[in-house]
Design a protein around this ligand. Structure first.
Ligand SMILES: [Zn+2]
Length: 486
């Protein structure tokens, strides 16, 4: 074996050995105690100074190598939790079962489940680097909890762990040749209204479904011009209501605030004739394809005759709900005036849940500019007042504003180009990163986000590209060398 290959194998095997330790411990978001305890003991055993905080975040410090004590403190950061999903029919208890690793020449994946390379591989490489790097300044590893759900770990992390550092390398990105230097903030907005129900006046009952849409992540895909199933269904019902009375029994759709809804369903009674309902659906399907046909393959709107429901919403409640669902702007608001092609502000009409006596709508604006999110608070209150709903203003996650003068971004980009013979793609993303919270606590902290290449994250098909592990480790180690000599 040539020396180069041997070195490559040492690094890859070393990082994968760290990853295997994490994969053995169930670590679903919100259930990180076991993995946090493991990290505390393991990193202490390696000789680092370790703190476990109240949110189960782990902070581990390693002294500078001899001669580099004066170098600026650099943080390596990742998250310990993972999204746990399994193939249909695969027996998997995310609170008890370890991840079973499957390795080929090219990829690492998991048997039947998500792999947790997001962000286990980021944490594994950071631990490997903490263990093996030489000639570096003071290092700190921060491993947070609950990133995938609510970023509780990053939110609760004490500013004390960030204030004495100059640089932070977040290891939670998905492409080894991309350098992320900014992210968007977001605001959790909900609208609720109590419902009054009455007996239906007619007995002809129908179910309309809107499905077949692409959906997708509301940060990454909102600029693609995809259709929204909830809005489309609300438009169909609004048009129908112009033809005659419709009494709504239920309207539901979407799965998560941050996912573009790809299905929605309504049950209603009406005496509008079947062919008139079908004509409205056909019109709206055509309108939809005019608007989204370049992006969406199809839209299916099956109409089914069903048994009459026991009760329906009072007419006023139906009207208010449809007004709200058609007035809430969903999609792109504005594009960045600085970065071509980047969405600056967007909102996603994500979920409608309905019970017997309440309806809840989840709405999710994102913006690169925090002050725009302040405007959404007012917007929510105004829209709620106009439509008879109550607005609930939830967590506002801060954006991470791009720093044009970032020394760290310059070092990382230059090092990548030297090592790989091609430039790194530098980007600001229209999605949230933990860096937003770090930025709020220490606006002077110079940060980048990078990562080993992973595909299909948050799905049972999640896999990582083994060939990108060593380049990523080399990039971080050489960056640390350059920082040590600053
Ligand atoms: Zn992640």
């Amino acid at each position: 074996m040539k020396q180069n290959d041997a070195e490559k194998d040492t690094i890859l095997e070393g990082v994968l050995a760290e990853f295997a330790k994490l994969a053995a411990i169930p670590r679903k978001s919100g259930h990180e105690k076991a993995v946090s305890d493991f990290l505390k003991d393991y990193l202490t055993g390696l000789g680092f100074t370790v703190t476990q905080d109240e949110a189960n975040n782990i902070i581990a410090d390693k002294k500078a190598s001899a001669g580099f004590e004066q170098a600026p403190l650099t943080i390596l950061q990742g998250h310990m939790d993972m999204v746990c999903v399994a193939e249909e029919g695969y027996a998997y208890d995310p609170l008890k079962d370890p991840i079973k690793l499957v390795r080929t020449d090219e990829f690492l994946s998991a048997e039947g489940t998500s792999l947790g390379a997001d962000d286990g591989i980021g944490v594994a490489e950071a631990i490997y680097i903490m263990k093996t790097a030489k000639d570096h300044g003071p290092l700190r590893l921060i491993v947070t909890t609950d990133e995938e759900q609510s970023m509780t770990g990053a939110i609760r992390l004490s500013a004390d762990h960030l204030k004495d550092a100059s640089f932070l390398i977040n290891c939670d990105s998905e492409n080894y040749d991309e350098l992320t230097v900014g992210s968007a903030g977001s605001l959790d907005l909900d609208f609720t209204r109590e419902l009054k129900r009455v007996e239906p006046e007619t007995s002809a009952a129908w179910q309309i479904e809107v499905k077949g849409l692409r959906g997708g992540h509301s940060g990454e895909r909102i600029g693609d011009g995809r259709g929204n199933a909830i809005r489309t269904l609300a438009m169909i019902l609004t048009e129908l209501a112009k033809k005659g009375e419709i009494e709504l029994a239920s309207l539901t759709g979407g799965k998560a605030r941050n996912a573009i809804p790809n299905d929605a369903k309504a049950v209603f009674v009406t005496d509008i004739a079947k062919e008139d309902i079908e004509a409205v659906i056909k019109d709206q399907q055509e309108r939809f394809m005019q608007m989204y046909g370049n992006v969406e393959q199809q839209i299916l709107v099956p109409l089914t005759s069903i048994e009459a429901p026991q009760n329906v919403l009072k007419a006023g409640d139906t009207q208010r709900l449809l007004r709200l669902l058609t007035i809430l702007h969903t999609g792109v608001y504005s594009m960045s005036s600085v970065i071509p092609g980047l969405v600056e502000t967007s909102a996603n009409l994500g979920v409608v849940n309905m019970s017997e006596d309440e309806v809840e709508i989840q709405f999710f604006p994102r913006s690169a500019i925090d002050q725009k999110l302040d405007e959404f608070r007012q917007y929510a209150e105004t829209v709620a007042a106009l439509t008879g709903f109550t607005a609930h203003i939830g967590t506002q996650s801060p954006g991470w504003k791009e720093n044009k003068d970032s020394r760290l971004a310059k070092i990382v980009a230059e090092t990548f180009a030297e090592q790989n013979g091609k430039p790194m793609k530098v980007e600001t993303i229209h999605a949230g990163l933990e860096c937003g919270w770090h930025f709020r606590k220490n606006p002077k902290l110079d940060m980048v986000s990078i990562g080993v290449t992973t595909k299909d994250i948050h799905s049972p098909n999640e896999h990582l590209v083994l060939a990108t592990v060593k380049p990523q480790v080399d990039l971080i180690i050489e960056t640390l060398h350059k920082i040590a000599k600053l």
